[in-house]
Design a protein around this ligand. Sequence first.
Ligand SMILES: C[S@@+](CC[C@H](N)C(=O)[O-])C[C@H]1O[C@@H](n2cnc3c(N)ncnc32)[C@H](O)[C@@H]1O
Length: 216
Amino acid sequence: MFDRIAPRYDLMNAVMTFGQHRAMRRAAARLAQPPRDGLALDLATGTGDFAAALRAVEPTCRVVGVDFALEMLQRGREKYPVFDFLAGDLLRLPLPDHAFDCAVNGFVLRNVADVRAAFAEMYRVLKPGGRAVSLEITTPRAPVWQNIFGVYFDRIVPRLGGWLSGKPEAYRYLPQSVREFLAPAQVVELLRAVGFRDVFLRYLMLGTMVVYVGVK
Ligand SMILES: C[S@@+](CC[C@H](N)C(=O)[O-])C[C@H]1O[C@@H](n2cnc3c(N)ncnc32)[C@H](O)[C@@H]1O
């Protein structure tokens, strides 16, 4: 699916978030606290924009991006030749233990068959003290805003996505996957279950985005 929408993925992100997509990745990247001259990992990097946010937060850090959709990765490589992009599955990372100062992922948890296994892999590749950060779309909790957002996300976004990308099924899947995903408290529990400490979550973008943070 992501290979099919790769040519219009960035455009659709910009339109759908009213241009806020970079600011929200940057806010999440700050929570990852990439250190000076550190090594950062962006899982499910897609076209590399979360990797770029890490680099914007800490220009001296080296960033590795991993994704299994080769068309998405190719676009990342063209946009950000300075990063190391690797083809791979985040459930079985082709990377050594205890190697990274921070590991992030954006907008992927909903698509993963086993979220606990994904967190366990993040834990494995982080150095002790390293930070894991996951950014996801969520349903806002305030009732009236939830309804307004629901109309936008469930009805307008699929039409917009179909029109801009030519792949309406991908943008029908998007709100459906958010609706069917775990509640934020369950995600927090999974992070704790694989060993992360000091776990917390923070809402962004009027409660439509959530960032999960844990420390190894
Ligand atoms: C919605 S995109 C997010 C891309 C990027 N993180 C961003 O912030 O724009 C989801 C990405 O997750 C990737 N993905 C999904 N499951 C994956 C897995 N098991 N291993 C590696 N990549 C995966 C897809 O190929 C896609 O590029």
